[in-house]
Design a binder for this molecule. Structure first.
Ligand code: CU
Length: 155
């Protein structure tokens, strides 16, 4: 009797394990987040004084299988954040608003002085040099919070 019970419970357990094993991959797939790009070298450059506007730079690598679109950037430290690109025309540097940026799979986009940058406007407080602030980037199907190093204009 005892042996039979143990055998029965063993069968039940192995049955449950089998079910669990069969269910696991599906469950894991269901909770897997959508592919997000990798962001590195994220820096906010703060001019001296009490600036009303500053720029953010970073590098974005799309390691996903599909193209990704970056069209939303938000930060609780700023009233307004947008993507800008500095373009030179007739020897005059102008900034233009970039509503959305598409990055092909395997491609890297570099935000840097004189080119693409995050335009960070209406700072809600004085940012401390040496601190870090979160900025959230997103687009259709993905969202990523990135910690930016707050630095002065040099270094
Ligand atoms: Cu700008």
């Amino acid at each position: 009797m005892k042996i039979e019970l143990i055998a029965k419970s063993l069968t039940m357990w192995s049955c449950m394990i089998t079910v669990a094993l069969m269910a696991a991959p599906q469950t894991a797939q269901a909770v897997l987040p959508a592919c997000v790009p990798k962001v590195s070298q994220a820096v906010v450059r703060v001019p001296p004084g009490k600036p009303r506007m500053m720029a953010g730079y970073f590098q974005l690598d799309n390691g996903c299988r599909n193209a990704i679109v970056l069209n939303t950037v938000r930060s609780s430290d700023f009233g307004e954040v947008s993507i800008h690109e500095t373009v030179e025309r007739d020897n005059v540097a102008r900034m233009r608003y970039v509503p959305a940026l598409t990055v092909a799979p395997g491609d890297r986009v570099v935000f840097r002085p004189g080119g693409l940058h995050l335009m960070l406007m209406k700072p809600k407080s004085n940012l401390k040099i040496g601190s870090r602030i979160p900025i959230r980037m997103s687009g259709p199907g993905w969202s990523l919070q990135v910690m930016f190093d707050v630095k002065g204009m040099a270094g």
